[in-house]
Design a protein around this ligand. Structure first.
Ligand code: ATP
Ligand code: MG
Length: 168
């Protein structure tokens, strides 16, 4: 279902979550910032694995949670910059960890787990992705656009997701 600037997807399996994210990876433009939030184990890293597929990150670059390294980077159609702010907690300083620079360069797709820890540092036109655990294998994923660029992206993603539902 798509309201203006918002897409809510019911993902009944990890595969569905990855397919949704893969579509987003296929559509993503340089400089896109994706802010992922949701409880432990809700599927933030699984979502980034799908993004990597869509960006054609080589399969031998397996995407894992950058819990200790804070930032991992993978080559692809666009570089995928994957951060996890869990360890930094509230008031995380994106400049101090070099992530702000990466965002400002507008070259990579920057995906940030636990992004709410650095809410003040995020560019306004980012895509917010909220994952909720609605069953053992089910997640409700709400994607919200922060501006014009991400709103257009969401329209394309909504169309691709409808197609995926039809063919599933
Ligand atoms: N529909 C679903 N979508 C995504 N993951 C699912 C789904 N159903 C079950 N899972 C499982 O939930 C777990 C999600 O783990 P993942 O590491 O992606 O979560 P996370 O949000 O990154 O956790 P953390 O907060 O620890 O970083 C995986 O084991 C995955 O297989
Ligand atoms: Mg994770």
């Amino acid at each position: 279902m798509s309201l203006s600037g918002r897409l809510i997807c019911d993902c009944p399996s990890p595969g569905a979550t990855r397919r949704l994210a893969r579509q987003l990876g296929l559509l993503a433009m340089p400089g896109l910032v994706i802010a992922l939030n949701g409880d432990l184990g809700s599927g933030k890293t699984a979502f980034v694995q799908g993004l990597a597929q869509g960006l054609a990150v080589p399969p031998d670059c397996y995407v894992t949670s950058p819990s200790f390294t804070l930032i991992n980077e993978y080559p692809g159609r666009l570089p995928l910059c994957h951060a996890d702010l869990y360890r930094l907690g509230e008031g995380a300083d994106l400049e101090a960890i070099g992530l702000l620079e990466r965002i400002e360069q507008q070259e990579a797709l920057v995906a940030i787990e636990w992004a709410e820890a650095a809410a003040a540092d995020l560019p306004p036109d980012h895509l917010a992705v909220h994952l909720e655990i609605t069953g053992a294998r089910r997640r409700r994923i709400t994607l919200t656009a922060g501006g014009r660029r991400t709103e257009n992206l969401l329209k394309d993603l909504a169309a691709a997701w409808r197609q995926d539902r039809i063919s599933a």
